[in-house]
Design a protein around this ligand. Structure first.
Ligand code: BDR
Ligand code: CA
Length: 310
């Protein structure tokens, strides 16, 4: 089977860390590089977290640090969910892994330009790095096979009633990406809120008994606690790994093509992904929007992903 080549652009983040875990050792995925952006926490935190995760997993994937603030708006973080470090919970050994010297945006440009148009860009944080790369070198746009993102919602947001974190954190960047004309699969809160990591799921993943599973359990101990405090969920919604699960097994989610526009103008709905579910606007679809997920199949993919670590 030919592996799907991806660059994973993320802001670890507990669920980003699980996405890295699934992508870095999958027989279906060729993880070319991890690029890091400010989002859940400052760039200083998110880049260290990415390095800690790859070191803990023992995977040899290069990590590049990217933008430390959004394109235009002021930076926001999600410390209420992910803690002061952005990855509160797990205790990592001394960090020996180093960042690559190249800036993430330069890496994305260089890698896409040299590619055969066969690289999928996966974003699980604010889309700043990818948007900046598109603006700096427009020739990369047609080289992107497709964009698979965790972000947005066609129903409710999680920062405001209208907006989801990854989009509102850099709505201009999302606007650039959503108007790029490349194929987009938008995996939003509408489906990620259907994969709540209940205590029995954590126990199940813990029974795998390897280092990936230990990391998962430590991550979820913090993540599920804060999700309960903030949203009242009994289990934390495992947002970001749905992107990787989808690339491993596209049948895990159902999508619907929709004209999707990012609101960068209004006050109340700033950062909303306006998805024309019913086709009122008679405009061409711009994204395949996830509308359902097979939760049992998703947890099977997560467990198999942890088992890939032996
Ligand atoms: C998204 O925001 C972040 O807090 C998570 O890592 C996820 O990418 C969910 O809205
Ligand atoms: Ca994230």
């Amino acid at each position: 089977m030919e592996k799907t080549k991806i660059i994973l652009d993320c802001d670890p983040g507990h669920d980003d860390a699980v996405a890295i875990t699934l992508a870095a050792n999958s027989p279906c995925i060729d993880l070319l590089g991890i690029t890091v952006v400010a989002g859940n926490q400052t760039l200083e935190n998110t880049r260290r977290n990415a390095l800690n995760v790859v070191q803990w997993l023992g995977v040899d994937v290069p990590v590049y640090a990217g933008c430390g603030r959004p394109m235009i708006r002021e930076k926001i973080t999600a410390g209420d969910i992910h803690g002061a470090t952005g990855l509160d919970g797990p205790v990592f050994p001394e960090l020996k892994r180093k960042l690559e010297p190249e800036h993430a945006v330069d890496y994305i440009i260089r890698t896409l330009l040299a590619s055969q148009g066969d690289i999928t860009m996966v974003t699980t944080g604010p889309m700043t790095n990818l948007a900046m790369a598109m603006r700096m070198e427009p020739r990369i746009v047609e080289k992107i096979r497709r964009i698979v993102l965790m972000g947005g919602s066609y129903t409710n947001g999680n920062v405001t009633p209208a907006a989801e974190f990854n989009i509102i954190a850099d709505a201009d960047a999302a606007y650039v990406c959503f108007t790029s004309g490349r194929p987009i699969t938008m995996i939003g809160l509408d489906v990620t809120r259907k994969v709540l990591c209940y205590p029995e799921i954590v126990e199940r993943m813990g029974r795998v008994g390897n280092r990936a599973s230990r990391l998962f359990v430590d991550l979820m101990a913090h993540f599920c606690k804060t999700q309960k405090e903030v949203f009242g969920w009994e289990g934390g919604p495992l947002h970001d790994p749905v992107t990787i699960a989808y690339l491993i097994d596209p049948g895990v989610i159902t999508t619907k093509p929709m004209n999707t526009q990012i609101d960068i103008r209004s006050v109340q709905s700033y950062g909303r992904t306006n998805c024309d579910f019913f086709g009122y606007l008679h405009l061409s679809p711009t994204a395949d929007v996830a509308i359902d997920i097979d939760a049992d199949r998703f947890w099977d993919i997560v467990e198999a992903g942890l088992r890939n670590y032996g």
